[in-house]
Design a binder for this molecule. Structure first.
Ligand SMILES: C[S@@+](CC[C@H](N)C(=O)[O-])C[C@H]1O[C@@H](n2cnc3c(N)ncnc32)[C@H](O)[C@@H]1O
Length: 262
């Protein structure tokens, strides 16, 4: 029986949790390639431009159109997600990927890390910066198959910049015995303490000398994700910030936190 209020429905989030969202939301399978087109989102060619000295945007390496972040993920108004864009509904926002690309261009890491490869869009943003730097390799970890990401980086001419690791991220990092990372993007799962756990391993084992970026750090997520999980994530982020030399938090859309680790 209807009481006049908009009806809600249950959907699975990109973290695998079941949440209740308004019926008009487009929240669907986040891992389906080409999801935005199938959902009938307004697809736009990605805006790029000729840069100086022949340096064009990392976005020029991507053929797929983008869509509005607000069309594919549930958000609250404060997050201003209608001003952000994404690929296939599963990548970090393009605006944050551009920031990540720029950070790697100035941090000049010999070795970079990312957890959460998915279809390889963030790997491409990082590998493009390494290529421009003319140095550095990315280790990209995902517990799931990385075939699509491999193809994407191969097609973009960046395969030589990436080492693919199919593994549970914390297991891999606990056993890691290589050189420290100059840059790390953590974009795996927020659930079950995975992402905070990754950062804690990196800090306690002194595996990062440079910068750690954590995605999905918006404080407003409690409005649409399980509140206890969001609370634990925020407490974990504060704890990480206390152990770092500095932090910058970007609040809009899914949110991003940059930690400086000396
Ligand atoms: C949000 S998507 C990553 C999006 C990607 N960084 C991008 O911007 O294009 C999250 C990915 O993390 C992976 N993942 C989730 N939990 C993981 C874990 N414990 N270890 C490794 N990968 C994990 C999932 O398989 C999924 O592909």
């Amino acid at each position: 029986m209807s009481n006049g209020a908009p009806s809600n429905r249950l959907v699975r989030t990109r973290r695998g949790r079941i949440i209740r969202v308004p019926a008009q939301s487009h929240h669907q399978d986040p891992y389906a390639p080409d999801r935005s087109a199938k959902m009938g989102c307004a697809l736009e060619p990605v805006r790029t431009g000729e840069g100086r000295h022949g340096m064009r945007s990392w976005l020029d390496r991507i053929k797929e159109p983008s869509c509005r972040e607000s069309d594919v993920h549930y958000h609250v108004e404060e997050e201003q997600s209608h001003l952000f864009h994404t690929f296939e509904g599963g990548s970090c926002e393009i605006e944050y990927l551009s920031l990540i690309n720029a950070i790697v261009q100035v941090a000049k890491p010999a070795l970079a890390l990312e957890t959460g490869t998915l279809h390889g869009f963030s790997a491409l943003a990082i590998a493009d910066a390494l290529e421009r730097n003319e140095r550095g390799k990315l280790i990209s970890i995902d517990v799931a198959d990385q075939g699509l990401a491999r193809q994407r980086l191969q097609a973009a001419g960046l395969a030589q910049r990436v080492e693919w690791v199919q593994s549970e991220s914390r297991e891999y990092l606990r056993a890691y015995a290589g050189l420290p990372f100059g840059f790390a993007l953590l974009d795996s799962s927020v659930s079950d303490g995975t992402r905070i756990g990754e950062a804690e391993i990196l800090l306690s084992r002194r595996l990062v000398q440079g910068y750690i970026v954590l995605h999905d750090t918006s404080r407003y997520r409690a409005g649409y994700e399980p509140a206890d999980e969001v609370q634990r994530y925020q407490v974990g982020l504060n704890h990480l910030a206390q152990q770092s030399a500095g932090q910058v938090r970007f609040p809009f859309s899914q949110g991003l936190t940059l930690l400086q680790v000396s």
